[in-house]
Design a protein around this ligand. Structure first.
Ligand code: ADP
Ligand code: MG
Length: 563
């Protein structure tokens, strides 16, 4: 097939533009991104080769090679991983096929400063090569494909790329960066080694570079032959905690999470017991753009005895912790474990529940010792964690303690109040945790149902996140105190009333008996009951639902959802 030219998807063009401008100050990360991809490609090959050993083509020594050519002004990175077919090249390098991408890009403002934060959420990846290169040539052959069925992709990072069929003797991917004018600093052995050690030391495969020449006793250069590894080349999670620096953990996170930002916190442990495994799990600092997409990326990579098994191992983390990223390496699962096996496996359940406990532990630690970090976490992922009270019965108490709410005390939208705080401030004689739900924060905050509570100085939690209706339907009590909607049922606030108030109310009820009868006959079947109420101080009337009925807000939500 002859050479053909294809256009980039509009979003790719945008991403390229944005990246080149906003990441220039941090341009050396292009190498980290390409090495990260090469490492993933080797992981994938090792996995496929479990069933198809011939994919190794007699070369099972997986590695990544980096070389540069001062004359040609190029850097070449190659791997002997899985490689890509022509279709895969088109799908992976030229389009962004993740759902939510369009909406995400429509949020871009054109303000480089703001947009560069958004890029972090999206992940920079392969295209970061264009920060330093004005032409990128990628030649790749999928493992198992014949030598003459390799593909060459080439682009100047503007609007389009070319594709052509070529021959490539060895499987895997080779990427040649033709450096832009002024980027010669990367044509330097010492500089490149420095970048690898800084960003890619955790990569478990050797990253090889040409051996450095040595000097003999007379000071003459003795050229060296062959290649040598620049990184430590063992899987980071298998090292002892004391041998790993925070920097290394952070770089490892960027690799597994495909994230540009640093993580907020992490947990690293080797567990021995019914199941033997190592977990290294991270809490991101920022929610990915597709946190609520159905086909979003999940964050857990599963390894068995250091062999990569699968990405997106969603069975290893419950939905409400879907923001967690990292690695679980099992010593006991079979190498041929499939998604179906994971689904039904008791071993996996054990690992999962152990990991959930670790993650909750990290969050508790943040909440306790780094409240500012916990506030960042809550802002980004609070709504997701709230799903947990309904999803994870066994850990309901722990999750409930991690929840944060807005309340009438501060009367602002900021969610900072814990249930324990609330209980600590309960009025004498108060035995319930009061809350109100609303479509919006303003609707909750200005609800007439709150009038009596404000008057009596009783704090009420203000719930306005979509998930809150589900939260209160699964979390009905905390620390022995019932959660009670102020908009439901008959409120018994008699503990807060004095004799005079009680008498006044009884008198009012007697006086209004006729009016109530009229209301009942007029409204007929439209209402269950009409009552004299003491919950209002300024408004003349309000609607309430029975304790066991759906709240008005939930009813609205379900109607919107077409139920
Ligand atoms: P990400 O790594 O987050 O998926 P990238 O932009 O870095 O995003 O890479 C896009 C995709 O291109 C990868 O998911 C992979 O499928 C493919 N790819 C990139 N580099 C390689 C490589 N060296 N070998 C095989 N596939 C690759
Ligand atoms: Mg990548």
């Amino acid at each position: 097939m002859s050479k053909e030219t294809l256009g980039f998807q509009a979003e790719v063009k945008q991403l390229l533009q944005l990246m080149i401008h906003s990441l220039y100050s941090n341009k050396e990360i292009f190498l980290r991104e390409l090495i990260s991809n090469a490492s993933d490609a080797c992981d994938k090959l090792r996995f496929e080769a479990i069933h198809h050993g011939d994919l190794y083509e007699g070369d099972g020594d997986l590695n990544i090679k980096l070389a540069f050519d001062k004359e040609a002004r190029t850097i070449t990175l190659s791997d002997n991983g899985i490689g890509m077919s022509r279709d895969e090249v088109i799908a992976n390098i030229g389009t962004i096929a993740r759902s939510g991408t369009k909406e995400f890009f429509s949020k871009l403002t054109g303000d480089a400063q703001k947009d560069s934060h958004l890029i972090g959420q999206f992940g920079v990846g392969f295209y970061s090569a264009f920060i330093v290169a004005d032409k990128v040539t990628l030649t790749t052959r999928r493992a198992g494909a014949p030598a003459d069925q390799a593909v060459r992709w080439e682009s100047g990072g503007e609007g389009d790329f070319t594709l052509e069929e070529v021959s490539k003797a060895s499987r895997g991917t080779e990427i040649v960066l033709h450096l832009k004018e002024g980027e010669d600093e990367f044509l330097d052995d010492w500089r490149l080694r420095g970048i690898i050690r800084k960003y890619s030391d955790h990569i478990s495969l050797p990253i090889l570079m040409a051996k450095q020449p040595t000097y003999d006793n007379d000071g003459n250069v003795v050229p060296a032959e062959g290649l040598e590894p620049v990184n430590q080349a063992n899987a980071l999670w298998t090292r002892n905690k004391s041998d790993i620096t925070d920097e290394q953990y952070k770089e490892f996170y960027k690799h597994v999470a495909h994230d540009f930002d640093e993580p907020l916190a992490w947990s690293h442990a080797r567990i021995e017991g019914r199941q033997e495994y190592t977990e290294l799990l991270f809490i991101p600092k920022r929610a990915p753009f597709d946190l609520y997409e159905r086909d979003r990326r999940n964050g857990i990579k599963l390894y068995v005895k250091r062999v990569f098994i699968m990405e997106d191992a969603e069975k290893l983390m419950p939905q409400y912790l879907r923001f967690v990223r990292g690695v679980i390496d099992s010593a006991d699962l079979p190498l041929n474990v499939s998604r179906e096996i994971l689904q039904a496996s008791r071993e996996v359940e054990t690992i999962k529940s152990g990991c959930v406990k670790k993650v909750l532990g990290v969050l508790e630690d943040l909440a306790e010792n780094k409240p500012e970090d916990y506030a960042v976490f809550w802002e980004q992922f609070g709504k997701v964690l709230k799903e947990g009270t309904g999803e994870d019965f066994a850990n309901k108490e722990r999750i409930a303690k991690l929840l944060r709410f807005a309340s009438t005390l501060a009367d602002t939208e900021a969610q900072t109040v814990t249930l324990a705080d609330y209980i600590g401030r309960m009025k004498e004689g108060q035995d319930k945790i009061y809350y109100i739900t609303g479509d919006t924060f303003a609707a909750a905050q200005h609800s007439p149902h709150l009038e009596i509570f404000r008057k009596k100085g009783i704090e009420v939690l203000l719930l306005a996140d979509r998930v809150d209706e589900w939260l209160v339907s699964s979390l009905t009590e905390f620390d022995g105190k019932q959660l009670q909607s102020v908009a439901k049922g008959e409120l018994d606030l008699s503990a807060f009333e004095d004799e005079a108030e009680k008498q006044q109310q009884e008198a009012a009820a007697a006086e209004l008996a006729d009016v109530i009868e009229k209301f009942k006959t007029t409204l007929g079947d439209k209402v269950k009951d009409v009552r004299v109420t003491h919950r209002l101080t300024d408004s003349p009337a309000c609607l309430v639902v029975d304790n066991f009925d759906m709240s008005a807000n939930l009813e609205r939500l379900l109607k919107q959802a077409g139920q």
